[in-house]
Design a protein. Structure first.
Length: 666
């Protein structure tokens, strides 16, 4: 942090010593039960609180209570059930996990937790979901389509917004412990409380698993490797809000995760040296992550005008070791950001009465990386570590107008100032109309996005990857139209969306035969993606809810080849039943992932080729029973039918697994 500019150093220091925050840019919503929908307030889609009727973009939400009933332990697992989202994990829990929305790249998805931007400059601007367990999650929103006009470069493909629980009421404690297959032991504890003047939440979680072998191949590079690749992590979360008056609030959040994971290498299997694959090696990775934010909020004119000033800092440090515990490489990614937003609400009368919300914002963000490797230093090399940073600032303006309480139109504009690339302007237009008689909501949106080349793409990192300082930003534009239809008093809610998206100057890796290294390049032409997203929620009888989602996505790169790790067909089905006066709960879920393409890397020209991965269907079941008002026992079976499948070529996945545990609260 010592080399950060003075304007951001203070922000980083203040965030580092804070103990919590709930950001008003992403307001808390109480968890919904099975008989009610999520609260009719949304913030993610328009960066300001407002009714669901005002949202013209495609956004899906799931409550923390639903996660608990499904016994979701890894946040990425619930994203598999969201329309438009593809998930790929290179092995068991704790392995690299990528999220792609509507066919966009992983680093084109902005991930926010309690208002903190989680994307890691040291991971090429992408957030790795590997270490994000579902600790005190209250709500998950997925906003699909280009959102750079609202959130900047990292949101060129969409936004995943996660809000954790907020303390409320008398001091309380909740904890749980569970164990099961693959030597898994998982425990968490939380204390919380609050009133009109303050609220707080302190939580911690420990996770351990002996794991499975990550590499499908039984070939090994080193004697003494461990056949099972274990994983363990610990997370601490603190959130505090203080309200000295009705007009002012000071809030903060701090989140820390430390982890250790066994890794397998990537190289030529002994059985077939013509290509590279995941290979047993006994390597390990250790890391720690810190995310912090503090902010102040002032609300004036009886709630009509509010101001929010926030400071964020993140630090994500990863270190890799070989079987002899020699550190082979490390990557540090830092982000420091200061942001301001003001919202003004007013009405106009006359011949056409209307409500208005004006939003203005400004932010400045500095990304910094330090990448080092034994291959950069003697005796293997002389280049030394990579130390680079880049600053981007932006201005945002938005006007939302509502007519007759049924028609809403929102226009957004953002202008970015980047110290390396030319200035960029992105925009977004969204509209929604709700028919009062039927409740039918029609919506449409159009937006543009930009994704700046990352520091690692510009300057490279250890190994055989060489940076390209001549890269230019990727450009996206997309539109969608859809409807939401409630029936029979919301017992049935259906939604459908058709979308198209275009990406130009797409950055992809290429192999330079002269240097024997790969390097990123801007591909000429346009990548085209189109598809349909369907959702259905049914509550036929009291206590029973059924939720289904399906996505068809057809995406090709500029050469007309199917985009890798983007299956054309993705579907999910979940049924939950609460009975015995709420004491008992059973849940059954199904996730379908269609056939997809992946890369196989060759050891001779043409250096890589695409290969098909088979479709798979996973079935999970779970159940719980309250043996006392404050005590609950539960259990679940994942991958019930022991399906063998690959999410990433040559990387292993877990088979059938069973878990059981105990929850207490008082």
């Amino acid at each position: 942090m010592s080399d950060l500019p003075s304007s951001l150093r203070g922000a980083a220091a203040l965030a580092a010593v804070s103990v919590a925050l709930t950001t008003p840019v992403f307001a808390q919503a109480p968890a919904a039960d099975e008989a009610t929908a999520l609260e009719e307030v949304s913030v993610t889609a328009n960066r300001v609180e407002g009714p669901q009727a005002a949202i013209g973009s495609a956004v899906s939400s799931i409550s923390g209570e639903e996660l608990e009933k499904r016994q979701i332990r890894v946040v990425s697992d619930v994203l598999r059930e969201m329309p438009g989202v593809a998930v790929n994990r290179t092995g068991p829990v704790g392995a690299l996990t990528q999220i792609r929305i509507r066919g966009s790249e992983g680093n084109q998805t902005l991930v926010l937790i309690d208002g903190i931007e989680m994307n890691d400059p040291g991971m090429s601007g992408e957030f790795d979901f590997a270490n994000l367990l579902a600790l005190e999650v209250d709500r998950v929103d997925v906003l699909r389509g280009p959102q750079s006009a609202l959130y900047g470069s990292d949101a060129a493909g969409g936004v995943v917004n996660i809000v954790t629980r907020k303390g409320d009421g008398k001091p309380s404690f909740r904890g749980q412990v569970e164990g099961g297959s693959f030597g898994t032991l998982n425990g968490s504890a939380a204390v919380s409380g609050g009133d009109e003047a303050y609220d707080y939440l302190f939580a911690t979680q420990m996770f351990h698993a002996d794991g499975i072998s990550i590499a499908k191949s039984r070939d090994a590079w080193n004697a003494g490797f461990r056949d099972r690749d274990g994983y363990e992590s610990g997370t601490a979360l603190a959130k505090v809000s203080v309200r000295p008056s009705d007009m002012f609030e000071v809030t903060g959040v701090a989140r820390y995760t430390g982890f250790r994971a066994d890794r397998d290498g990537f190289g030529s299997p002994l059985a077939d040296p013509s290509y590279s694959a995941s290979v047993e090696s006994g390597d390990r990775e250790r890391g720690q992550q810190f995310f912090g934010r503090v902010q102040g909020k002032a609300t004036l004119l009886e709630g009509a005008w509010d101001h929010v000033l926030g400071l964020s800092y993140t630090n994500q440090d990863r270190r890799n070791y070989d079987v002899d515990d020699v550190r082979t490489s490390s990557t540090l990614g830092e982000m420091a950001k200061i942001d301001y937003q003001t919202n003004y609400r007013f009405s106009t009368e006359g011949g056409l009465p209307a409500t208005h919300v004006l939003t203005f914002g400004a932010d400045s963000q500095r990304d910094h990386i330090v990448s080092r490797s034994i291959y950069q230093e003697p005796p293997f090399g002389t280049s030394g570590p990579v130390r680079k940073s880049i600053v981007n600032s932006g201005l945002v303006a938005q006007h939302q107008i509502g007519l007759f309480d049924s028609l809403f139109v929102t226009g957004s504009l953002r202008h970015d100032f980047n110290e390396r690339f030319k200035d960029e302007t992105t925009y977004r237009l969204a509209s929604a109309y709700t028919f009062a008689r039927t409740g039918t909501k029609l919506r449409a949106s159009f937006g543009t996005g930009v994704k700046n080349p990352t520091l690692l793409e510009l300057y490279g990192f250890y190994g055989d990857f060489r940076g390209n300082s001549d890269l230019t930003p990727e450009k996206t534009r997309g539109w969608d139209v859809g409807f939401d239809q409630p029936l029979w008093g919301d017992q049935i809610v259906a939604d459908a969306t058709y979308f198209q998206q275009r990406v130009s100057d797409l950055i992809s890796s290429a192999y330079d035969a002269a240097s024997g290294r790969s390097t990123p390049v801007n591909l000429p032409g346009t990548s085209r993606i189109k598809g349909v997203e369907l959702g259905l929620t049914v509550r036929p009888v009291e206590g029973l809810s059924i939720r289904a989602a399906y996505t068809y996505s057809d995406g090709d790169d500029p050469n007309g080849d199917q985009l890798v790790r983007r299956p054309r067909h993705i579907g999910s089905l979940n049924a939950n039943y609460v009975f015995l006066d709420g004491k008992a709960n059973v849940n059954a879920g199904l996730v379908y992932n269609g056939r997809q393409k992946d890369y196989r890397f060759l050891n001779a020209a043409p250096w890589r080729e695409t290969i098909g991965l088979k479709a798979y269907t996973l079935v999970n079941v779970a159940g719980s029973y309250k043996i006392h008002a404050n005590t609950e026992v539960y259990g679940r079976i994942e991958n019930l039918f022991d399906k063998k499948y690959e999410e990433v070529f040559t990387y292993n996945t877990p088979g059938r697994a069973a878990y059981g545990g105990l929850k207490v609260s008082f």
